[in-house]
Design a protein around this ligand. Structure first.
Ligand code: SIN
Ligand code: MN
Length: 271
C-alpha cells in the first residue's frame, strides 16, 4: 500500500489519515477472537479501568499472541509510516484499548509525543500512531477526537495527570484546547471494523467515555523511526519498548494465512 501525493498532502495539513474498511471483516474476526483470552490474563500489562474490572488497555499484545504479532508487522500498517518517514521504524508501543461497553473511560486531551518526550526522552516527534478498529466506531462508543492541524504546534506544554483515570497521561489544559479548536475544529473519524487511522504523534486527541452497549476495541501501533529511539528507560519495557530492531512487514494476507507464523512470542503465557 502506497500513499498518494494527495494523501501525503492531507496528512501534512491535518495530521491524520482515515482509511474506511481497509481490513476485511474476516481479518478483524481473527484478532477479535483472541481478545477475550487477552483480557482474562491477570498480569501487569493488562490495565483495568479505575474502580472496575473492565479492561482499559492491554500493552504489548504483539509479544503475547500470534495474531497480534502478525498485526504488528502488517504491511498495511507499517509501510505507509516508513513511506512518510523514509526510514525504517521500530515498535515503541503496542496497545489494545478496550473502551468497553458502559465502562470504557475518558482519555483526556493530550499529544502522545508529550508523554514519549517527557517519560522516555524520545528526541523528536518522528513517531506515529497507526490504529485499526476491531469493532465499529460510532458517535456513541467513545470515538477518538482529533483537532486537525494541531500537530503543527510541536510539543505543547502539559501536566502529568495521575489521578483522573487508571493510566497516567500528560494532559493539555482547557485554554490551549479552546484555542486549538477555534482554529482547527474537532473531528471524530468513525467507521466499520477494519477501518484504519494514521495520526501524527503531535496531533492533539482524546476520547469520551463509552456509555453505549457496544465495545470500541482499537489497536494502536506506535511506530518510531529507528534512529529516533528513546534514550530514557524509566517506564517498564512493556510500555516503552527497548527493542529498536527495524520492523520487516509480512505478506499482505498474513492475518488469514496460518502458514505465516512468528516464532518468538516472549510474553506468551503457557497454555
Ligand atoms: C490514546 O490516546 O492513546 C488512546 C485513546 C483511545 O483509545 O481512545
Ligand atoms: Mn494518545
Amino acid at each position: 500500500m502506497k500513499l498518494t501525493p494527495a494523501q501525503l498532502e492531507s496528512f501534512d495539513r491535518d495530521g491524520y489519515l482515515f482509511f474506511d474498511s481497509l481490513f476485511s471483516r474476516e481479518e478483524m474476526a481473527v484478532l477479535l477472537a483472541e481478545v477475550p483470552a487477552l483480557y482474562r490474563q491477570q498480569r501487569q500489562e493488562v490495565i483495568r479501568e479505575k474502580g472496575s474490572d473492565a479492561v482499559r488497555t492491554v500493552f504489548a499484545a504483539h509479544l503475547m499472541n500470534q495474531a497480534f504479532a502478525k498485526l504488528g508487522r502488517h504491511p498495511r500498517m507499517i509501510d505507509p509510516v516508513t513511506q512518510i518517514f523514509g526510514e525504517p521504524v521500530y515498535m515503541h508501543q503496542f496497545k489494545v484499548n478496550g473502551k468497553q461497553a458502559f465502562d470504557g473511560d475518558v482519555w483526556q486531551w493530550h499529544q502522545d509525543y508529550g508523554t514519549w518526550k517527557a517519560d522516555d526522552d524520545m528526541p523528536d516527534a518522528r513517531a506515529m500512531n497507526v490504529a485499526v478498529f476491531l469493532d465499529e466506531v460510532n458517535e456513541f462508543n467513545g470515538p477518538l477526537l482529533f483537532i486537525p492541524g494541531s500537530h503543527k504546534q510541536g510539543a505543547i506544554s502539559a501536566s502529568h495527570d495521575l489521578s483522573t483515570t487508571s493510566y497516567p497521561l500528560w494532559t493539555i489544559d482547557n485554554k490551549t484546547i479552546t484555542q486549538l479548536v477555534d482554529r482547527g475544529g474537532i473531528v471524530a473519524p468513525k467507521g466499520p471494523a477494519g477501518s484504519m487511522m494514521i495520526f501524527h504523534s503531535c496531533l492533539v486527541h482524546g476520547s469520551p467515555s463509552n456509555m453505549s452497549p457496544w465495545n470500541r476495541t482499537i489497536v494502536y501501533l506506535s511506530l518510531c523511526v529507528v534512529s529516533n529511539h528513546i534514550r530514557k528507560f524509566s517506564r517498564p519495557d512493556w510500555i516503552a519498548h527497548r527493542d529498536f530492531t527495524p520492523i520487516e512487514s509480512l505478506a499482505d494476507d498474513c492475518l488469514t494465512n496460518p502458514s505465516v507464523r512468528i516464532d518468538s512470542l516472549p510474553l506468551a503465557q503457557p497454555a
